[in-house]
Design a protein around this ligand. Structure first.
Ligand code: GLC
Length: 411
C-alpha cells in the first residue's frame, strides 16, 4: 500500500512545527477557564454583560507575534470566536456580540493579523462550531450553520492570506449534519492555501472526519505516529496542549509546566512528525502573563541551538529506544537523546546515572562518527551495518549544562 504525498500547503504546515495557541475572550475577565459560562450555568443575559468590561487595552498583536518568534514558534492560532459566541473580529453586522461593539472598539483579529504579518508569523483562526449564545444553535440548526458559514467567510475574505482555520465543537452534536462540504468548499474558494483542521476532541484523537481535513488533532495527548498507508490523502498531525490545566486564563490554576516539560513535549511531537500547538491564556486586558512569556522564551533558547532541524527534520527509518528517537534532515540523521545526567564532582552533582549506551535500529548505511551538536564532542559507538544496529555511548552533560533533550549528529 502506498503512502500519499503531502500537498504543498500540508508540507509547509509540517515545517511550521511549533505554534502558539491563544484562548482569549470574555471568559478571560472571570479567570476561571474558557468553559465557565457552561460549567457555572451562568445565564446568557448575565454573561453577556462581560462585554461591557472588555477593553482589550493591553492587546498588542505585534508584541504577541514578536514573543512567538522569540520563542521559536512559527504560527499562532487564536480564538476568533469560542463557545461563548463572542467574536474578537468585526462580524460586520452579523451580530453585535463582537469586539468592535465592546469598549475595545476595534477589530482585534485585524490587529493580530497585522502583527503576525509584520513578524513573519503565520496567523491561524480557531473558530468554534458550537455556540452557547446563538439560540439558533439549538432551535434552527440550518439557520445557525448559515450564520457560521457567513462568519467564517468574513475571516476568509477580510484579513488577507491566512494559515488556516481550526474548528472545534462538532463533537457537541456528533450525529448532526454539519454541512461540511459547504463550509470547507467556501474556504477552499477564498483561501486555497489555508489548512482546514477540525478538532476531534479528547475522545477521538487522530481522526479524519472529512475529505478536506488537512491535519488531525491530538488534544492534550501524546501524538501517535500516523499510519498513512492507503490513505486517500496525506494528512499532517498536531498536538494542542495547555501549559497549565485550562485554555482560558485560570486565576487559581498553578499547575504550570516547566521549560523542561515543554521541551520534552515538543520533542515527543517532532518524534512522530507532528506539530506542537502550545496554549497560553492572556489576561482580561489581553497581555500574555509573565510566567508563560518567560517559559516560552526559555524554550526558544533551546530551539535556537538546533535551528531548522526542529522544523524540517522528519522521522525516517532510524528508530530509538524509549523516548530517544532520530530525525532525518538535509540527508543526515540526528539522534535525540533524553534523560542524560550532569557529570561533575560527587559533592555537587546529584544524579550519577543517566549517561551510557543508547541503542538505535534501522541504520543500514556506514557512518564515520557521532558527535554532540552542542559541543562537537565525538562519541564512541558500535555499529552493525548488517543488523542496522547502532549503539552510542551517550556521555553526560558537562557541569553547568542540561539540555533536557540532547542532539547528536551522525557523520
Ligand atoms: C476543547 C474545548 C476547548 C478548547 C479546545 C482546544 O475541545 O472545548 O475549550 O478550546 O478543546 O483544543
Amino acid at each position: 500500500m502506498t503512502i500519499p504525498r503531502p500537498e504543498p500547503r500540508i508540507q509547509r504546515f509540517e515545517q511550521l512545527a511549533y505554534g502558539m495557541f491563544i484562548h482569549w475572550g470574555l471568559y478571560s475577565l472571570l479567570g476561571q477557564g474558557e468553559w465557565i459560562m457552561h460549567q457555572a450555568n451562568i445565564p446568557k443575559a448575565e454573561y453577556m454583560k462581560l462585554k461591557d468590561d472588555f477593553t482589550a487595552k493591553d492587546f498588542d498583536g505585534r508584541a504577541i507575534a514578536k514573543l512567538a518568534r522569540d520563542a521559536g514558534m512559527r504560527y499562532i492560532t487564536i480564538t476568533s470566536r469560542h463557545h461563548d459566541g463572542f467574536s474578537l473580529y468585526d462580524t460586520c453586522g452579523l451580530s453585535d456580540y463582537d469586539a468592535p461593539n465592546s469598549p475595545a472598539g476595534r477589530d482585534l483579529i485585524a490587529d493580530f493579523v497585522e502583527g503576525c504579518n509584520a513578524e513573519g508569523i503565520v496567523p491561524f483562526f480557531y473558530h468554534t462550531t458550537l455556540d452557547w449564545y446563538q439560540d439558533s444553535f439549538r432551535n434552527d440548526f440550518d439557520g445557525y450553520l448559515a450564520y457560521l458559514r457567513q462568519s467564517v467567510e468574513l475571516l476568509c475574505t477580510n484579513y488577507g492570506p491566512i494559515g488556516g482555520l481550526w474548528f472545534d465543537g462538532n463533537w457537541s452534536k456528533p450525529d448532526a449534519d454539519w454541512q461540511l462540504d459547504a463550509l470547507y468548499g467556501m474556504i477552499r474558494r477564498h483561501q486555497p492555501e489555508a489548512m482546514i483542521i477540525n478538532n476531534t476532541g479528547l475522545e477521538a484523537r487522530g481522526q479524519v472526519i472529512h475529505a478536506e481535513i488537512d491535519s488531525v488533532t491530538f488534544e492534550q495527548g501524546r501524538p501517535r505516529p500516523l499510519d498513512r498507508r492507503g490513505m486517500p490523502k496525506y494528512v499532517s498531525a498536531e498536538m494542542c496542549q495547555t501549559m497549565n490545566q485550562h485554555w482560558g486564563l485560570g486565576h487559581r490554576d498553578f499547575a504550570y509546566m516547566s521549560p523542561r516539560e515543554l521541551i520534552e513535549n515538543l520533542a515527543a511531537c517532532r518524534k512522530v512528525g507532528a506539530n506542537y500547538l502550545l496554549n497560553v491564556g492572556p489576561t482580561a486586558s489581553g497581555r500574555i502573563p509573565d510566567y508563560e512569556a518567560a517559559a516560552l522564551r526559555r524554550v526558544g533558547d533551546w530551539i535556537k541551538l538546533y535551528g531548522d532541524l526542529l522544523y524540517e527534520g522528519r522521522p525516517g527509518a532510524v528508530v530509538g529506544t524509549g523516548d530517544d528517537f532520530a530525525l532525518e534532515y538535509d540527508g543526515r540523521v540526528y539522534l535525540f537523546i533524553h534523560n542524560l545526567s550532569v557529570q561533575g564532582d560527587k559533592n555537587v552533582v546529584r544524579m550519577t546515572s543517566g549517561a551510557g549506551p543508547r541503542a538505535f535500529t534501522g541504520l543500514d548505511r556506514q557512518i564515520n562518527g557521532v558527535r554532540w551538536l552542542d559541543n562537537n564532542e565525538e562519541l564512541h559507538f558500535a555499529h552493525s551495518v548488517d543488523q542496522g544496529l547502532l549503539v552510542v555511548n551517550a556521555t553526560g552533560y558537562p557541569y553547568g549544562t542540561n539540555l533536557v533533550v540532547r542532539v547528536a549528529e551522525l557523520t
